[in-house]
Design a protein around this ligand. Structure first.
Ligand SMILES: Cc1cc2nc3c(=O)[nH]c(=O)nc-3n(C[C@H](O)[C@H](O)[C@H](O)COP(=O)(O)OP(=O)(O)OC[C@H]3O[C@@H](n4cnc5c(N)ncnc54)[C@H](O)[C@@H]3O)c2cc1C
Ligand code: SF4
Length: 805
């Protein structure tokens, strides 16, 4: 069967979910292309709040990484915007001039944050909260500035405000209405919420109409219609969203607030569909993922020409993602007319629960202080459950003994646990029994439950515990540093910093390692992390290192060693060459080999001869075995080459002297080419420099090994000094955030190039990184010299020497 061409505009949550659903139905039906304006693979937008609040990192919110697109033969255009749809010719045109033909087209362009049309809204320091770029901007602003104002007291505004508080800022939330979250909460719940958040340090200005943002280039003040003003150096606009429909309007699709779609998500033009926040169905454009995912399922079936139950609209529920505050709201939460309410309000313990009924049906709920029944109530609201035979108040499970009973245990199999992805208790239990899932991550992979807001993770964990009984293993519930601990890499690092732990053994004791000695995975990692965190105080544990690093030479398959002295920038002289030749003769080297890193490897040296060889060479170690800078490959550059525009050799030597010996998560290779002919292969190095007219281009994340990856352009600078400053900051940033044994090619993809650029382009952060690197550099000495000068080390490491002496 000839595949049809399916094009998706918008690499966001609803669009990609639709593609996933299509792939579940058939991988053969479509040849798929996705156009995404953002530079990232599909990520979980919801979790940006958690990133801002410091509970997770940007790299951990990816939903489908680059390999997913490749594995599914999806042609992905990132950092590319669809700017025109030719509805007759059936083409999508992008801002890069690419023409992408389609048979079927899905528009999933999401929403745009609403920017208040007031003077000063374009000043530096005014941002929205929609994507990774906004989040990174706020995190960076918090490092320099202290006063933040968030305009909008809705879900998004409060989550942003909590994040900024966590980042150490003074935060004022400015809200036009007199109740916070007025689209989800009634006045009682809103006032309880306000009191709770004030207790956390948030300030509120309610019923305030912002009229101007004033200051110089950067925001300094907010002005309100009543004449009041407040000082601030960061403004976050969280005053609502607008469906992103420009492209659709221009293509002639029928639009209102959103792109009008029917019950099959079809727009007014054949073969064009809309899904997600940009779509409007029966007068509603939804702004939460659960309804969008329901749309995705219907659309996938419709586009694959299956029999499908038409989309009938959705009932929504919300939960605030602010730690320590339990707020839940679903359905129609305001009573009046036919709708009557049942309330429980414990003022003393700030507990509030309200149910709204319409005749025999429960149609809405608000919970504050204890939201455990939220999932069950939401399920009843969605099912329009008849409650004629129920004592209404029992629906609210009175606080006390009975409430301690597991809510999950009492749920029926068809009740929904993951509201965002519509996954029932029964499907999760089935995944546990039939697919062998034993962790929340396993359930996520098998069923998609907990993949979005993550609010149901604790219920899934509880369900795992109930279903698995004694075989439930709490330590499997997250990715740990290794099998000896239940802590993740980030948790271990945080504990090392907080508890000022100084030795691997201390880490293991204090953090409750399950093994006495650790394992081959955690010992070297801990040794690295401790050295990175306490560069001056920490005493490197040689026994925690791999054999080559312990012996400072490269073991070969015949048991002899390769010795590689440093030749800065690949430059040597006759004196060094003579010494290498003499040593090679005297110690019967088996081979002299010029390496890819532009230096000489002396092969076939016996272990007991190593200290003598190093002493006679009288050259620094080239660290050919180390997780540190290996070499800086250079071309001859302007000194000899007629094309060269820069002095590549001097720069390479300076870089090598700056970074040599400092430990990093994995080996680090560099190169400097003096012109774009790139003879030093700067495009496949961890950090590569290319001389261009008037300066240097810097490339990062390249790899010439098993996983070939060409480097990405980090930026361009004018002078060699700037290159050194950037390279040093980059190297230190990798040291601090890299996972032990993670090469920069992987690290760049995990961190996101754009995020790394944001840090690198900030002079203050560059300077701070350089300063921390300087500290690390103060304590380093050449390991060969250290061993030559220490009988103890020689005895310990190279026993045969002792025997012979
Ligand atoms: C901070 C935050 C917290 C949230 N918390 C929750 C929550 O707790 N619960 C919940 O249910 N929902 C939450 N949401 C809302 C939820 O994230 C959205 O409803 C969901 O992401 C919408 O999906 P979408 O695919 O319609 O739009 P998006 O995910 O925004 O995807 C649209 C994509 O299309 C791209 N695009 C737009 N125009 C073009 C073009 N012309 N060419 C190419 N690409 C284009 C955009 O760059 C974007 O990447 C939150 C949102 C934010 C920002
Ligand atoms: S990179 Fe340029 S300057 Fe260097 S050797 Fe090649 S051509 Fe010459």
């Amino acid at each position: 069967m000839n595949k049809k061409r399916l094009v998706l505009i918008g690499n966001g949550m609803a669009g990609v979910k639709t593609v996933e659903e299509i792939l579940k139905i058939s991988k053969e039906r479509f040849e798929i292309a996705i156009i995404g304006e953002e530079p990232y693979p599909n990520y979980n937008r919801i979790l940006l709040s958690k990133v801002l609040q410091g509970d997770t990192t940007v790299e951990d919110i990816t939903l489908n990484d680059w390999s997913w697109y490749a594995q599914n033969d999806i042609q992905l255009f990132t950092s590319e915007k669809a700017i025109h749809i030719e509805t007759v010719e059936k083409n999508v045109i992008t801002n890069n001039g690419t023409t992408i033909p389609y048979d079927e087209l899905i528009i999933a362009t999401g929403s745009k944050p609403f920017i208040l049309p007031i003077p000063g809204n374009d000043k530096e320091g005014v941002t929205t909260f929609r994507d990774i770029r906004d989040t990174v901007e706020m995190v960076n602003a918090s490092k320099k500035y202290h006063r933040a104002a968030v305009i909008g007291g809705g879900l998004l505004g409060l989550e942003a405000a909590r994040g900024l508080l966590n980042l150490g800022m003074d935060v004022t939330v400015v809200h036009l209405g007199n109740n916070l979250m007025d689209r989800q909460l009634d006045a009682t719940a809103a006032s309880l919420l306000k009191a709770d958040l004030e207790g956390q340090g948030m300030r509120f200005l309610l019923e305030k109409n912002t009229t101007a943002i004033t200051g110089g280039k950067r925001v300094e003040r907010l002005k309100f219609s009543d004449g009041e003003e407040i000082d601030c150096d960061l403004v976050v606009m969280a005053a609502g969203i607008k469906p992103n429909i420009e492209l659709a309007q221009q293509a002639g699709l029928t639009t209102n607030r959103g792109i009008i779609v029917n019950d099959y998500l079809q727009t007014s033009i054949p073969h064009i569909y809309a899904v997600g926040e940009c779509a409007e169905h029966n007068g509603i454009a939804y702004g939460l993922v659960a309804p969008l995912f329901e749309q995705s399922k219907v659309l996938a079936q419709a586009i694959c020409e299956l029999d499908v139950t038409p989309y009938q609209g959705s009932i929504v529920s919300t939960q605030l993602k602010v730690s320590g505050v339990e707020v839940f709201s679903a359905g129609e939460f305001i009573e009046g007319g036919e709708k009557k309410a049942l309330r429980i309000f414990d003022e003393q313990d700030a507990l509030y629960k309200k149910l709204v009924f319409n005749g025999k049906k429960i149609v809405g709920a608000v919970l504050f202080g204890d939201s455990r029944e939220g999932t069950r109530l939401f399920s009843m609201i969605k099912k329009q459950a008849d409650i004629s035979d129920t004592v209404k108040v029992s629906l609210l499970q009175p606080i006390g003994g009975e409430a301690e009973e597991s809510v999950v245990a009492t749920m029926d199999a068809e009740e929904i646990i993951c509201g965002c992805n519509g996954v029932s208790k029964g499907s999760i239990v089935q995944a546990i029994h039939e697919q062998g899932c034993i962790s929340v991550d396993g359930i996520k992979a098998c069923t998609s439950a907990s993949r979005s807001c993550g609010g149901c993770k604790s219920m899934i964990s509880e369900l795992l515990e109930i279903t698995l009984g004694e075989s439930f293993k709490p330590e499997f519930q997250k990715e740990t540093l290794c099998g000896c601990t239940s802590l993740s890499r980030d948790e271990v690092i945080e504990e090392i910093r907080n508890k000022k732990l100084m030795h691997t053994r201390e880490v293991m004791n204090v953090l409750g390692w399950t093994t006495l000695e650790g394992c081959s995975k955690c010992r070297p990692s801990l040794n690295y992390y401790l050295g990175m965190i306490h560069p001056v105080e920490y005493e490197d544990e040689n026994e925690s290192r791999f054999v080559n690093e312990r012996l400072h030479a490269n073991i070969q398959k015949d048991g002899s060693f390769g010795v590689v002295p440093r030749m800065y920038g690949g430059v040597t002289n006759s004196d060094q060459l003579r010494k290498i030749a003499d040593v090679a003769d005297k110690y019967k080297a088996k081979l002299l080999k010029v390496t890819g890193g532009q230096r000489i490897d002396i092969f076939g040296i016996e272990k007991e001869d190593l200290p003598k060889v190093w002493e006679e060479l009288d050259m620094p170690s080239g660290y050919a075995y180390g997780k540190t800078l290996r070499t800086v490959k250079t071309c001859v550059g302007e000194t000899f080459c007629r094309f060269g525009t820069q002095d590549s050799m001097s720069l390479g030597i300076a870089l090598e002297k700056r970074l040599e010996r400092i430990g990093s998560p994995h080996k680090f290779k560099m190169a400097v080419s003096a012109c774009p002919r790139n003879c030093a292969e700067s495009g496949i190095k961890d950090f590569g420099v290319v001389g261009v007219e008037g300066g240097f281009e810097m490339y990062v994340g390249g790899n010439g090994g098993t996983h070939l990856r060409s480097a990405d352009l980090l930026g361009k600078v004018k002078t060699a000094e700037e290159v050194i400053e950037y390279a040093s900051a980059y190297f230190q940033y990798y040291r601090e955030t890299g996972i032990y044994l993670e090469r920069t090619s992987k690290w760049v993809e995990r961190m996101g190039l754009e995020n790394i650029k944001v840090v690198m382009e900030d002079p203050k952060q560059r300077q701070e990184l350089n300063e921390r690197l300087n500290i690390a550099a103060t304590v380093l000495e050449d390991p060969w010299k250290k061993i030559i000068g220490s009988e103890k080390l020689k005895n310990e490491l190279f026993e045969k020497v002792t025997v012979e002496q």
